[in-house]
Design a protein around this ligand. Structure first.
Ligand code: ATP
Ligand code: MG
Length: 196
């Protein structure tokens, strides 16, 4: 499951858990993006912070792991590269790429989309506020799945921190504490804290 994970929240975790259980997957690999090409309009939190929050959020689940392939590869992240690298690391594995309804709707605009289909099965999951559809996508490579509805987005979590509202129970407890410890999402506070 690829994502910016800025921060990782319970919508990501429930979706991953549901797909893991329903398909009987051995492992769900969370892959935080490097520099996301679609999100260049805003400052994305440093990759190491997003990576660590993802590790904290997934540590207690024996089937969840986190991969550094995208954050260690220089330049913008493209899912084709993600899948190619994961393939190389796990030559015998059958790969499933888990994506929410909003991201699935964008998939045809992704670089090298035609080369991506043979690398993995694509699992599109429901997400509140978005229509889940496989219109225009190759049926043999894409499966749609309903997961418990969690109306949570990282954008909303970040805004809540800016507004001084709680993010408890939207993100795992350890992630709430990490955000507080490093003063993430508070304008100007992050740099000051890091320099201290
Ligand atoms: P942002 O608001 O910054 O875009 P986000 O909440 O959309 O953050 P991403 O890191 O962009 O989180 O998403 C990673 C993947 O998880 C995408 O495929 C996205 O569709 C999916 N996803 C995110 N939130 C949910 C949710 N609440 N339910 C189901 N899928 C989700
Ligand atoms: Mg998103």
């Amino acid at each position: 499951m690829g994502g910016t994970f800025d921060p990782i929240h319970h919508g990501h975790l429930v979706a991953a858990s549901e797909v893991q259980a329903r398909l009987g997957l051995d492992e769900v690999v969370f892959v935080p993006t490097g520099q996301p090409w679609q999100k260049s309009g805003r400052d994305v939190t440093p990759a190491e912070d997003r990576y660590l929050m993802t590790v904290i959020a997934t540590a207690s689940n024996p089937r969840f792991t986190v991969s550094r392939v995208d954050i260690d590869r220089p330049g913008p992240t493209y899912t084709l590269d993600t899948l190619t690298d994961l393939r190389r690391q796990r030559p015998d594995a059958e790969l499933f790429f888990i994506t929410g309804a909003d991201a699935l709707a964008q998939i045809l605009s992704w670089r090298g989309v035609d080369q991506m289909w043979p690398l993995a099965h694509f699992i599109g999951v429901t997400r509140p506020g978005h229509v889940l559809s496989d219109d225009g996508l190759p049926r043999e490579h894409v499966q749609l799945m309903e997961v418990p509805a969690m109306a949570i987005s990282s954008t909303n979590c970040r805004q809540r921190v800016v507004d001084g509202e709680p993010v408890w129970y939207l993100v795992p407890d350890g992630v709430v504490q990490y955000i507080g410890k490093y003063q993430l999402y508070k304008p100007d506070a992050g740099e000051a804290n890091r320099k201290a």
